[in-house]
Design a protein around this ligand. Sequence first.
Ligand code: NAD
Ligand code: MG
Length: 398
Amino acid sequence: MVSADDAAGERRRISVLGATGSIGESTLDVLRAHGGREAFDVVALTAKGAYDKLADAAIEFGAELAVCADEAAYRDLRDRLSGTSVRVAAGAEAVCDAAAEATDWTMVAIAGAASLRPSFAAARASRVVALANKETMVCAGAAFVRELRQSGGQLLPVDSEHNAIFQVFDQHQNEAVERLILTASGGPFRRLSLEEMARVTPAQALQHPNWSMGGKITIDSATMFNKALEFIEAAYLFPVSADQIEVVVHPQSIVHSMVGYVDGSVLAQMGVPDMRTPIAYALGWPRRVAAPVERLDFSKVRRLEFEKPDEARFPALRLAREALAAGGSSPCALNASNEVAVDAFVGGRIGFLDIAWVVEATLEQVAARTLGSLSDSLEVDAEARRVAERHIAVKECA
Ligand code: NAD
Ligand code: MG
C-alpha cells in the first residue's frame, strides 16, 4: 500500500483551514489513516468558533498553531490549550496569518466567501492548495489562478465533481475534450411540486439523501445553488467554455462527474459518496494513496439513473449560466446574495423558493463589472449582500 507520506517522499508540513467542519474532519481522518502526527508536521488548524473541537484536534495532531476566527472564543481556546506547545490566536486577521504560514499542503475548507482572504494567503504560502471551498473560484477565480501561477503553487480541486473531472481530464489533449458532465444528486426535493417546495422548512432542507455535509452546502444542494456554484467553478478550473458544461441529475451520487471526448468516449469517476476519496486523492497526488472509505458494491447499487434537471423548479442553474455570460463580478454577486438568502431562510425570515428570487433580484440590480483583484471581489461581495438584504426585507414585509 502506498502511504501519503511515501507519495511525497518526505515529511510534509500541512495546514487545515476550516478543520472543525465536515471537510475539515474528513481531512483529519485521512491524515489519521496515514499516521497523523507521526507522519506529518501539522502547522495550522483553524475554525470559526468551535474551540473545543479545534483544541482536541490541535493536541491530537501536535499542531504548531490553533486559530479561531471568532475573537470571543479566544480565552476558551487559550485555556483549553494552556500547558501545551500549541500557539493560539483569534480573529479574521489571525486566520489569514495562519493561512500564510509556509506549508507543503494546505486544505482550504472554510465555508463561504469568508474563505476568500485565507484562500489567497494559502495560494501564496502553500506548495499544494487542496481547494474544497468553491466560493474562492466563483468569486475570484481568475485572480486566484493568477496568484497561484505567480507563487508556483499547485491547485488541486477537492469538490467531488471537480476532483472527478480532474482525475479523468486528459490535460495533454485539451482540444480532445468535448464536454464536462457535472452530476447532481437533485437534493431531497427532486420530486416535489412548486407548491410543496414553497412550504419546505429549514429542517427538511438540512436533510441530504446521500451526503453528510455542512449546513450551508446542504441547503444549496436542496435549491441546486450548489450545482450552480459548481458550474461556475468548473468554468474557471478547466479549459472549456460554459456551453461545454452540462449538468445531469444522478440521484445515486455514485458517478461523481464525467468528461466527454471527441471520439464519443465518456470517462467517469465513481465511488461511494464520501469526501475522504477526493481528499485522499489530493493528499497523495500525483500518486494514489489509500482512503478509509467503504468500497463500491455494484450488486448493492444495482441502478444508476440520470435525468435532465428541471430548471422551472430549480432556477439556480439558469442563474449560474446567466451570471457566467454576464461575466466579471456577476458570479461573485450570485454567491453573496445566495449566502445572505440561505441565512435568511434558515432564520425563518423567507421561504425556500424566495432564495432564488433574492438572488435573481440582486443580480438584476448589481451591475456586472470587471474584476481585477481580490479586493474588487470583496467590494462586490459586500455590495451584493447589502442589495440582497434589502430584497429580503421586502419579502419579510410582504
Ligand atoms: P462546514 O460548515 O461543515 O465547515 C466549515 C468550516 O469553516 C468550519 O471549520 C468552520 O469553523 C469554518 N468557518 C466557518 N466560517 C468561518 C469564518 N468566517 N472564518 C473562519 N472559519 C470559518 O462546511 P463544509 O461542509 O465542511 O464545507 C466547507 C467548504 O467545502 C464549503 O465551501 C463547501 O462548499 C465545500 N465543500 C464541502 C463538501 C462537503 O461534503 N461538506 C463537498 C464539496 C465542497
Ligand atoms: Mg460538490
